[in-house]
Design a protein around this ligand. Structure first.
Ligand code: ZN
Ligand code: ZN
Length: 386
């Protein structure tokens, strides 16, 4: 089969990336993006299924007679952040932008599909999964609930995310825990509001809320084992008080991170005990809602070695790093790893603004590295003559 001109592919991927960047879409609203992806995949000769888990797209490419199937995954959604960039391809949708580089991820996976469809070099089936709503932590589950594994079976899955601060062409990950679970909570304290001059006549909730915010800090410092990683962050405190009226209602919201389900369970249990105890001490009532948004992302050790070997097929030896520590950020890719083994890697985005920053932009210099990495993974895992 014909080898693709790498420079031409890079130019084409850059044009796709900038088109997607100019037209960002929020989670489960990626209709234009999904149509863009489906049209390209069909043009490359793939079998395409649309509307998988809402706006998800799955492309299938088979070569040879091998029975194994592996999946490569990209995410397509943007964020509700107002872009500050001045580049020609800046967002044309006010208040929405690709601040996490999912435009780049989508373009790289399309590039890999074009490479593999044109050049082959593998024996088996590749599933190209373009998922919606990664930022919500809902898109992977939506695809799984829509029968992804039954309709488009695969044995392994690989994904990547760009990483500002890591040089272009560098890849980084680790085996075992890579990214954390994310839980969200809301605690509503209910009492009786009243005149600011007569606190004894009501059951105001603000002093109780302040005590509760401080008491919650003891979950990690005093209740978890020092060997466990956990984060409990209170991010919002909202009351219905006003200048001269004490609040009868206070809402405390926040976010917890952990790498093991036992730790997540312990955080919830302690939070309930502390919230109820503090509320009682201050003569108010507490209502607690605790939800699990993301599960921890756990890489398969053998497939990490495979991913590193694939990265070395694309680039020189010295650009593969074993990450020293897991990150307390979260990734929807973890949902797929609940079902099949896989590996998630970070790819350098160079010296750019951080992810989720209004000045962030995906670095087009990395596009070819990502596409070739995906293709190399396929050629290793579905090797000819194996
Ligand atoms: Zn993000
Ligand atoms: Zn992201």
């Amino acid at each position: 089969m014909a080898e693709l001109d790498q420079q031409a592919l890079h130019s084409e991927m850059t044009a796709w990336r900038r088109d997607l960047h100019a037209h960002p879409e929020f989670g489960f609203e990626e209709r234009r993006t999904a149509a863009f992806v489906a049209e390209k995949l069909r043009a490359f000769g793939l079998e395409v299924a649309e509307g998988v888990g809402g706006t998800g797209v799955v492309g299938t490419l088979t070569r040879g007679s091998g029975n194994l199937a592996i999946a490569l995954r990209a995410d397509m959604d943007a964020l509700r952040i107002a872009e500050q960039g001045k580049q020609a391809w800046r967002s044309q949708t006010p208040g929405t932008m690709h601040a996490c580089g999912h435009d780049g991820h989508t373009s790289m996976l399309l590039g890999a599909a074009k490479l593999l469809a044109n050049e082959g070099g593998f024996d088996g089936t590749v599933r190209f999964i373009f998922q919606p709503a990664e930022e919500w932590g809902r898109g992977a589950l939506a695809m799984l609930d829509d029968g992804l594994l039954e309709r488009f079976p695969f044995e392994e899955i690989f994904g990547l995310h760009n990483m500002p601060g890591l040089p272009i062409g560098h890849f980084e990950t680790r085996s075992g825990p890579v990214m954390s679970a994310e839980d969200n909570f809301e605690i509503v304290l209910k009492g009786l509001g009243g005149h600011a001059a007569r606190p004894h006549a009501g059951q105001e909730t603000l002093v109780a809320a302040c005590a509760l915010v401080v008491n919650l800090q003891t979950i990690v410092s005093r209740r978890l084992s020092p060997a466990d990683v956990g984060v409990v962050s209170v991010t919002e405190l909202i009351t219905d008080g006003t200048r001269n009226a004490l609040p009868g209602l206070a809402r405390i919201l926040g976010d917890c991170r952990s790498f093991r389900s036992e730790v997540s369970a312990a955080i919830e249990k302690e939070m309930r005990r502390i919230a109820e105890g503090t509320a009682q001490a201050y003569n108010v009532a507490a209502e607690i809602t605790y939800t699990r948004e993301f599960v921890p992302l756990i890489n398969d050790a053998a497939l990490v070695d495979e991913a590193f070997a694939a990265a070395r097929m694309v680039l020189a030896n010295n650009v593969v790093h074993v990450a020293a520590e897991p990150m307390t950020a979260s990734e929807d890719f973890a949902r797929f790893l609940d079902h099949v083994p896989g590996c998630f890697v970070f790819m350098g985005n160079g010296d750019t603004a951080p992810l989720h920053n209004p000045a962030y932009d995906f670095n087009d210099e990395g596009l070819l590295h990502g596409a070739r990495f995906h293709a190399a993974v396929v050629r290793r895992r579905l090797a000819l003559g194996s």
